[in-house]
Ligand binder design. Structure first.
Ligand code: ADP
Ligand code: MG
Length: 293
């Protein structure tokens, strides 16, 4: 899922690119819009379906759900309503798809916290300025010094704990800078240094970010992403900056996949078990085959 506590940092843009990225790798994908008020990802997918229809294209699509905030007046009722709907949707989609992607709103809500506590991977984009370091930690002074965690970091820690207690799962927290430019190289380096220092203290890892590129903005109305540009019928001439954008998105996807592989059976015993199961399954298949023959 994507998450932070600020609007306009690229959560929905990144969510859309991850949805299409995993689809284009041949996976099936479920998607959840937790920011149903803005509905960016929902509208984007509607645009995508329209565009495909009018152009006669076959664009890969996820199975999409939007989760609206509860309208119940009583706080407890509202929370249990949201909890039930999120859990049902997550169970439904994870049983059917290889990946489930959630796009969250940029504010601290019950629904967003809950979603974090179910995530395997949280992707936090931030704009490339010292102002946005605030999203991760309270930073003051010159040279900048970390005073303590931000509200959002504290929330992620709390959800990591809830997740671990619930099912022993780990949340892989990825931070990436968005809208990188070449301007003011010295400031950028200082920002990168501060971010690296924070990573260890706050428990996230840093993945190479996305550049500031018009193409990330241009494709919304067609419901396309930079990963769709090679499709015949998309009719957007592929430029150097588009190739660079595609590469940026691929690096992010590979980083997410690498994080998920770390959670796979590593223990020798588990590996043995996995092997035994595989051999067992093959024998069963052979038996079934000879019976049929
Ligand atoms: N790397 C980028 N380059 C150029 N524009 C971007 C980039 N990332 C996001 N944007 C634009 O910034 C705006 C906010 O992005 P959005 O993904 O909606 O943020 P959020 O979901 O965090 O509120 C959108 O208009 C989007 O097109
Ligand atoms: Mg958004």
């Amino acid at each position: 899922m994507t998450g932070n506590e600020k609007g306009g940092t690229g959560k929905s843009t990144i969510a859309m690119h991850l949805i299409v990225g995993f689809l284009r790798k041949g996976h099936t994908v479920g998607s959840i819009d937790l920011d149903a008020n803005q509905g960016t990802v929902t509208r984007y997918l509607l645009n995508r379906a329209d565009f495909a229809k009018t152009r006669g294209l076959r664009l890969p699509m996820p199975e999409h759900h939007a989760i609206k905030l509860s309208t119940l007046g009583n706080l407890e009722d509202a929370q249990s309503d949201e909890r039930n709907r999120l859990q049902e949707t997550l169970e439904y989609l994870s049983a059917r798809h290889d990946y489930v992607l959630m796009d969250s709103q940029g504010s601290d809500t019950y629904l967003s916290r809950l979603a974090h506590s179910h995530a395997d991977t949280v992707i936090t984009p931030l704009n490339d300025s010292f102002l946005d370091l605030d999203l991760l930690a309270e930073v003051r002074g010159e040279p900048p010094e970390v005073i303590g965690p931000s509200r959002y970091s504290e929330m992620v820690w709390a959800m990591k704990k809830i997740r671990a207690e619930r099912d022993g799962g780990l949340i892989d927290w990825i931070v990436l800078r968005n809208r990188l430019t070449n301007l003011d190289a010295r400031n950028k380096r200082a920002m990168a240094d501060s971010l690296h220092q924070l990573a260890g203290r706050m428990g996230f890892r840093i993945v190479e970010g996305l550049g500031e590129r018009v193409i990330y903005r241009e494709l919304f109305l067609q419901g396309l992403t930079v990963l769709d540009l090679r499709d015949e019928g998309a009719k957007v001439p592929l430029r150097m900056s588009h190739l660079a954008a595609r590469q940026e998105v691929r690096i992010l996807i590979e980083a997410i996949e690498a994080g998920m592989k770390r959670d796979e059976p590593e223990e020798p015993e588990e590996r043995e078990e996995a092997k035994e199961e595989e051999v067992g399954a093959r024998l069963l298949a052979q038996e079934a085959g000879s019976e049929r023959a």
